[in-house]
Design a protein around this ligand. Structure first.
Ligand code: ADP
Length: 290
């Protein structure tokens, strides 16, 4: 069974034009799917639809269907859906509801009937994972924006959802924090098979981890596939080319200039290694022909 399925799904907020328009999407279990696209493309609406905020919180009109872990979102409450899918929305501050850091994580677990011993252990575990260890008794209101974002993520991770939907989860983090967060998400994906659907505009942050890249434009899927399939398509599009990470812009430039093909570089290390070999081979050719 797929983790998330959009079946010819369209949605309009009350009185507005279509925010999503005929979306067909299957997110496989255990996939690390990244959603990108220009502002207003429908990325947040896609997250809303995957956790039931659309249609349960917003009115509007919809067609088609979305199911999560085999359950149709339209036919279940957000609370029922939350058993299978954890969500951190763009406006993560609105998800924080208690006084202290530890209470915030405990709240999500108490709601699910997790026992006290286990709650204490989980709090320690998830706060360490997101880099908030030692802040258990801090008031939520006194945290920085980045710390609040980490806390919102920790509260969701504590419930160990099978499926995690995150809308720009690194928006309030510094570059190092963003890197740590994505390394953590990748390890949860690898070790526990957690399915991830993540909106991230900076594709360089997720290149090393994403196995599925989905690009939305004007409420529709512009392209989708493995990053190495999608990035060349983006590079050829006037509207979407700016989304190609610098490393891949360099790759495409060099491939064209030298009429060659490099491997799909997931990070700079792989690029440096391959380019080192490429330059070395070029030098040997030069020496031979001299
Ligand atoms: P993205 O996350 O890609 O920036 P959104 O999903 O936020 O895109 O928005 C998709 C479209 O829906 C945009 O045209 C936006 O203006 C519209 N929209 C988003 N939220 C609302 C809302 N609450 N009411 C009416 N229109 C909305």
């Amino acid at each position: 069974m797929a983790a998330i399925v959009f079946d010819n799904f369209s949605y309009s907020y009350d009185g507005a034009a279509k925010a999503l328009d005929g979306v067909d999407l299957t997110v496989a279990r255990g996939s690390f799917t990244v959603v990108a696209g220009p502002s207003g493309a429908g990325k947040t609406t896609l997250c809303f639809a995957a956790c039931g905020v659309v249609p349960h919180y917003f009115g509007g009109s919809m067609a088609g269907r979305v199911s999560v872990a085999g359950v149709a979102t339209a036919g279940s409450s957000m609370r029922e859906l939350a058993v299978n899918v954890g969500t951190v929305l763009e406006d993560f501050e609105s998800q924080l509801v208690t006084m202290t850091v530890a209470e915030e994580v405990a709240f999500a677990l108490e709601n699910r009937g997790v026992g006290h011993d286990r709650i204490a252990r989980r709090i320690g575990e998830v706060l360490a994972q997101v880099g908030l260890a030692g802040l258990e008794d801090r008031e939520v209101g006194s945290l920085s924006g980045g710390q609040k974002q980490r806390l919102a993520i920790a509260s969701v991770l504590a419930t160990r959802p099978e499926i995690l939907v995150l809308d720009e989860p690194a928006s309030a983090l510094d570059p190092e924090g963003a890197e740590e967060l994505y390394a953590l998400l990748a390890s949860l994906n690898r070790e526990y098979g957690m399915t991830l659907l993540v909106v991230e505009h900076d594709l360089a942050r997720v290149l090393a981890y994403a196995d599925n890249l989905l690009v939305l434009a004007d409420g529709r899927i512009a392209c989708q596939g493995r990053p190495e399939e999608v990035l060349p398509v983006l590079a050829r599009s006037e509207e979407l080319a700016a989304m190609v990470p610098p490393l891949w812009q360099l790759k495409f430039g060099l491939e064209e200039r030298f009429e060659t093909r490099f491997a799909p570089w997931r990070h700079e290390g792989e690029a440096i290694e391959e380019l080192g070999g490429f330059i070395g081979a070029g030098r040997r050719e030069d020496t031979k022909s001299a």
